[in-house]
Design a protein around this ligand. Structure first.
Ligand code: HEM
Length: 303
């Protein structure tokens, strides 16, 4: 399944979308400046990746806010009970996608949904259920993660004025700043579940073969044996072997897309709004209650 989508998210393909992301980011900042009470999350960090993944896949514009509502409910489920309550949202998303796939089957377009349908029709590599599951995964992973990186990243920069000034003075640091903000803010806090293949003894704890494990990437990224002064934000940190995108066979498919969007987002926000500051004390900011992703609910600012 990964092989089918890897090409669409390769570095070369993603670079072709850079211009589009830049135009979008500039437009979002224009609108933000015209608002009385701008919010980085709602006005910028969310619409940028949501529009990008939607255009890549070919999702109609009028449905995007509904997608966000559905995926937000699903990701916010912190207990089995809440998970059960969130099922209607995920079913609504799947129903919508089934209808969309039927339409595209009839009239294909130049988008990833049509390309995946062609694969499904072309043989036994992708079933209809796998196709829908793949689309749900790409929609969720495509925006529910990058929104956190942009939001928490901007907060980290506003709270670390020296690093913000350093970046403002030298935009060639954008690449390493994005890597550092990935490490520092942990937009995806834990990996998905793994099962121990054998007994493991770790820090006086025995994990038994078959036990379920949720590796906490946020913790690995603050490991003092790997990173000097791990709790310090250093936008020039090198090397920076963080695990924000996971590791091994499940390494994030969308890492190039996420990094490209984040570079443009931080670059555009800092260049256009260099004096950006928090509109409320940091302790009043509310964080999402979702178990896997880590990010702000809102980030009110004064431009
Ligand atoms: C800041 C943004 C992002 C972060 C921090 C992030 C993080 C991660 C992590 C940690 C994993 C591995 C999970 C595990 O091993 O259990 C993963 C997998 C994945 N990511 Fe991302 N991601 C981001 C953006 C994206 C985007 C934009 C896409 C869009 C296509 C995407 C698509 C995927 C997919 C499809 C997988 C599953 C890969 C597999 O299981 O083989 N991600 N991501």
């Amino acid at each position: 399944l990964r092989v089918l989508i890897n090409k669409a998210f390769s570095r070369a393909r993603i670079e072709q979308l850079r211009n589009r992301a830049e135009v979008l980011a500039e437009d979002l900042v224009d609108r933000m400046r015209a608002k009385l009470k701008p919010d980085i999350i709602e006005d910028f960090a969310l619409p940028l990746p949501l529009t990008m993944i939607s255009e890549l896949l070919g999702l109609p514009e009028e449905a995007r806010t509904r997608f966000r509502r559905w995926t937000n409910v699903f990701l916010g489920a912190r207990s089995e009970f809440r998970m059960a309550l969130s099922l209607p949202s995920i079913f609504a998303l799947m129903r919508y996608l089934r209808r969309l796939v039927a339409t595209r089957r009839h009239t294909p377009k130049d988008d990833l949904i049509s390309a995946l349908i062609a694969v499904e029709e072309g043989g036994d590599r992708l079933s209809q259920n796998e196709l829908i599951a793949m689309l749900v995964l790409l929609i969720i992973a495509g925006h529910e993660t990058t929104v956190n990186l942009i939001g928490s990243g901007m907060l980290a920069l506003m709270e670390n004025q020296r690093e913000k000034e350093r970046l403002l003075g030298d935009f060639s640091l954008l690449g390493s700043a994005v890597e550092e903000l990935l490490r520092f803010t942990a937009p995806v806090e834990t990996a998905t579940e793994r099962y121990a293949a054998q007994d493991i003894d770790m820090h006086a704890t025995r994990i038994r073969r078959g036990d379920v494990i949720f590796p906490v990437l946020a913790s690995a990224n603050r490991d003092a044996q790997k990173f000097a002064e791990p709790d310090r934000l250093d936008i020039g940190r090198k090397p920076n072997p963080h695990l924000a995108f996971g590791d091994g066979v499940h390494y994030c498919v969308g890492s190039h897309l996420a990094k490209m969007e984040a570079e443009i987002a931080f670059g555009c926000l800092l260049r256009r709004l260099p004096k950006l500051s928090l509109a409320c004390p940091a302790r009043e900011l509310r964080w999402r209650a979702a178990p896997v992703v880590r990010g702000l609910k809102s980030l009110p600012v004064i431009p």
